[in-house]
Ligand binder design. Structure first.
Ligand SMILES: Nc1ncnc2c1ncn2[C@@H]1O[C@H](COP(=O)(O)OP(=O)(O)OP(=O)(O)O)[C@@H](O)[C@H]1O
Length: 216
């Protein structure tokens, strides 16, 4: 790690699906108390990059360094429609690392659902919620993990403006408390809210601030 408050670092990542190159020489980092937006066209490799950073996929070449546990909030979780998982179950999945009692687990889940304004939704079937409500449940699952890094894959995609504002406020408040947040987004407001943004293009990252610095 280059600096003591760096939470996650990627060194020259390369990744291909078969012989199709997706990421080439991607290096980036995120510090404690920082929010970074990852942008780029559909298919540019944003979700793949998050999976590599979270460790749920392995790069072909390059290195990911993590100074703390990392939570990943995926875009669409693999919850089969016939599996009767409740919103509470989905949030509780985020507590698997914690050695806590059943009662404490229940309290953590209720608190996380209350934060995303879904109090009383605990016993509701996850697959019967609206798209925006499901996304709020997933954000709650990310928050309940209490990690040092939170990676979110398009967390606001199906949300109305009230929910977007709520999630923005929650994320900013977590960042103020020292969380490192990296979110994939196509949403201008989220990009504006981030401390910096990194664009994936032609398999690589382009960093607007660095480009401006070299142009001037
Ligand atoms: N399991 C897979 N096998 C083969 N190709 C894949 C697989 N997953 C993704 N891809 C391909 O890799 C490329 C990058 O996908 P990825 O989902 O990382 O992009 P993205 O930038 O997150 O896209 P979007 O903005 O549409 O969510 C796409 O062309 C996609 O079709």
């Amino acid at each position: 790690m280059t600096s003591s408050d760096t939470r996650l670092l990627t060194h020259s990542l390369y990744f291909s699906y078969g012989n199709r190159e997706i990421l080439s020489d991607v290096s980036l980092s995120i510090r404690a108390g920082e929010m970074v937006a990852i942008t780029g066209e559909n298919g540019s490799g944003k979700s793949t990059l998050l999976e590599l950073m979270a460790g749920t996929m392995t790069p072909d070449r390059g290195l990911v360094e993590r100074s703390c546990p990392v939570a990943l909030v995926v875009q669409r979780p693999a919850v089969p429609a016939e599996l009767p998982l409740t919103a509470g179950d989905v949030v509780a999945m985020g507590t698997w690392r914690s050695k806590i009692t059943r009662k404490q687990r229940h309290q953590h889940v209720s608190r996380a659902l209350a934060r995303v304004e879904l109090t009383g939704f605990e016993a509701r079937n996850f697959n019967e919620l609206s798209g925006g409500q499901r996304q709020r449940v997933l954000v709650a699952q990310g928050l309940v993990q209490n990690t040092g890094v939170l990676l979110l894959d398009e967390p606001l995609a199906s949300m109305d403006s009230t929910s977007r504002t709520l999630i923005h406020e929650i994320l900013r408040s977590e960042v103020r408390r020292g969380l490192a947040v990296m979110l994939v987004t196509h949403d201008e407001d989220s990009t504006m809210l981030a401390d910096r943004s990194v664009k994936l293009q032609h398999h690589r990252t382009s960093c607007p601030e660095l480009q401006l610095a070299t142009e001037s």
